[in-house]
Design a protein around this ligand. Structure first.
Ligand code: ATP
Ligand code: MG
Length: 370
């Protein structure tokens, strides 16, 4: 079996390692000649829009997927005409445009923050009037790790926010005063089986994920079951195949969806150590049309700390239950270059080990912008 992956960053790297355990080799396509996943597979260096490179990439592939959502949907469509490719270009297109994403979530009855489309400064003033401050302006496409977003604490900040996102088509939404952030990671197979990992609790600092705890403490089972049912319905509507993630805000009485990702997700990295089958394995199984393995935890509690911007102290790896994953990327502020998983038997033990790690390491983030 040969698995093709568009994008050769750390997500591709971890997909390839999981695919190897299933007996598959991996071929990547990425415009970056230094992409870190080349250490675990063949890399074709070319732009995603290069048809002859895509033809070479597609040769003899068993199936293809992508590792991040900035791949042009037309590339995925082109590939899908040649090899089984999942998720579909339709699912990708919905997740890479925040306007389509809101419509998609609303069509599945999944609550979202109140929002308005914005394509001019006048439209932004109207949106701010209707939504009331504080709100947040997000470019429709191309944002990640909190980039291409600007907060609007007062109506006077409208012009600065509009300039900060380079006056690109956007959505403006209410800022949700959430209690915490959660993520729900699902995987769906070609024969329509949908499984869910336990819900994760995520912590962001300046728009970047810094820590995940899983399972999230004290979730409301009815609330989670309802959201999972709606996600299952949404995935059935899309005939979705692969891992799919929904990021949520939890308020006193509601779960509000923030955004979706049609791919393996940073909040699921703990599954490499914490679950019998990781999100990378289940994604590879779904894309290669192999049976899904059941979701079973191998440790009761897991946490993940992102290694961001600066090489970590090797002492981190000596903390009991800790496993350090470095991606082979050159460090620079705000760049994710690795992660640390910590497993434990009890919430107290997890907290103690995580605090120990946080005393040794703190991420180097970019200057505050959001
Ligand atoms: P990533 O791709 O890393 O998940 P992103 O750039 O796509 O991030 P979002 O997930 O939309 O951006 O926002 C990043 C973070 O900013 C959120 O996880 C949350 O902490 C905060 N945030 C975004 N939108 C809102 C909102 N409407 N209300 C409150 N906080 C928000
Ligand atoms: Mg996000």
């Amino acid at each position: 079996m040969i698995l093709g992956v568009l994008g050769a960053g750390q997500l591709g790297l971890m997909i390839a390692r999981a695919a190897a355990n299933l007996g598959a080799t991996t071929r990547f396509l990425d415009p970056n000649p230094n992409a870190c996943a080349q250490s675990v597979g063949e890399l074709i260096v070319a732009p995603y829009t290069d048809a002859s490179a895509l033809d070479r990439f597609a040769q003899e592939l068993t199936a293809a997927t992508f590792e991040f959502e900035s791949i042009p949907a037309q590339t995925v469509e082109y590939l899908a005409a040649r090899v089984p490719t999942a998720p579909s270009s339709k699912a990708l297109a919905a997740s890479q445009d925040r306007l389509h994403e809101k419509h998609l979530l609303e069509s599945a009855d999944i609550p979202v923050a109140d929002w308005r489309p914005v394509d001019s400064i006048d439209a932004l003033h109207t949106a701010i009037n209707q939504l009331a401050v504080p709100c947040i302006l997000k470019a429709r496409t191309g944002g990640y790790d909190g980039k291409s977003q600007a907060r609007i604490p007062s109506p006077d900040d409208a012009q600065a926010a509009w300039n900060a996102i380079d006056q690109r088509p956007a959505i403006c939404e209410r800022i949700i005063p959430f209690d915490r952030e959660l993520s729900v990671i699902a995987v769906r197979s070609k024969n329509a089986q949908t499984l869910f990992y336990p819900v994760n609790q995520s912590h962001h600092t300046r728009g970047i994920l810094t820590k995940t705890i899983s399972p999230a403490p004290t979730t409301n089972p009815d609330q989670i079951a309802l959201l999972q049912a709606r996600i299952t319905h949404l995935l059935d509507q899309l005939n979705y195949v692969g891992v799919f993630t929904v990021e949520c805000f939890q308020t006193a009485d509601k779960l509000i969806a923030n955004e979706t990702a049609p791919r393996v997700h940073n909040t699921g990295h703990w599954t490499i150590e914490g679950a019998a089958a990781s999100q990378f394995e289940l994604h590879a199984r779904a894309v290669l049309d192999l049976p899904l393995a059941p979701i079973r935890l191998t440790h009761n509690h897991s946490a993940m700390l992102n290694i961001i911007g600066i090489e970590p102290d090797p002492a981190l790896a000596s903390i009991p239950g800790a496993t350090l994953h470095m991606y082979g990327k050159h460090p620079k502020p705000a760049r994710k270059i690795g992660h640390l998983t910590i497993t434990a038997d009890s919430p107290d033990q997890l907290a103690e080990r995580t605090e120990q790690a946080e005393r040794i390491y703190s991420p180097l983030l970019a200057p505050a912008s959001v």
